[in-house]
Design a protein around this ligand. Structure first.
Ligand SMILES: C[S@@+](CC[C@H](N)C(=O)[O-])C[C@H]1O[C@@H](n2cnc3c(N)ncnc32)[C@H](O)[C@@H]1O
Length: 210
């Protein structure tokens, strides 16, 4: 528990889009799932969710693959609602979160447990064949992007492993609908069973067989 408290303190100071309660759930899920196989997240950003998931993996001497091109999503570009000038490199004139991500890993003493994958999730998936204990989808939030991440990555989730979505808002007044629609599609596929949500974290478990 001491490790989680330290990570929570660091997560509070880390830029990102995750509530502490959601982070603690990710930690518990990754701790359980990393007994089955490696865990993977799409959408590292500055490492907030990574801190929690990697700490869960660390408990089992497991591994987290963390995918992000580190150029920011559409809504994080200059002039868009989630743009953060601290993450803009004036030399390259691009958003660049990779340095912040590496610093977070170093401060969390998690570099031995995380494999940063710096490219699009689509490219990383092209040659992927490792079965996974858990996949957390928090990359691009357009319907096409979330659906693509689901279709590509969910097939690698092991039976009894977890498929987790961020930003699940059943009420459109609370937020964008793309992750919620794809989460519904995942449920309708018959391959997953539903677990209770934590705030906007939607948690599904892969069935043993269909
Ligand atoms: C909402 S942020 C992730 C927040 C993070 N999980 C946290 O805890 O703060 C989304 C991230 O997904 C990345 N991203 C968007 N589309 C992507 C894609 N196609 N492949 C890889 N990363 C992508 C962006 O660069 C951005 O850093």
């Amino acid at each position: 528990m001491k490790m989680l408290t330290q990570i929570e303190r660091l997560a509070e100071r880390t830029k990102g889009f995750l509530e502490a309660e959601e982070g603690r759930r990710l930690y518990r899920l990754a701790r359980e799932a990393s007994r089955l196989g490696p865990c993977l997240e799409i959408g590292s950003y500055c490492g907030k969710s990574t801190l929690y998931m990697a700490s869960g993996c660390k408990e089992n001497d497991g591994i987290l693959f963390s995918i992000d091109h580190h150029r920011g999503s559409e809504e994080q570009q200059p002039g868009e609602p989630y743009f953060d000038p601290d993450l803009f490199n004036p030399q390259t004139k691009e958003v660049d979160t990779f340095g912040h991500f590496r610093k977070t890993l170093r401060m969390g003493h998690l570099e031995e447990y995380v494999v940063p994958v710096v490219c699009t999730s689509f490219l990383a998936a092209r040659a992927w064949s490792t079965p996974l204990g858990m996949v957390f989808i928090d990359g691009g939030h357009s319907l096409d992007m979330v659906r693509q991440d689901f279709q590509i990555w969910s097939q690698h989730v092991l039976p009894r492993g977890y498929l987790v979505f961020h930003d699940i808002y059943p009420d459109p007044a609370d937020g964008g609908q793309a992750p919620y629609l794809v989460y519904q599609e995942a449920l309708a596929s018959g391959f997953f069973k539903i677990h209770p949500m934590t705030l906007s974290l939607g948690v599904l478990e892969r069935n043993q067989c269909r």
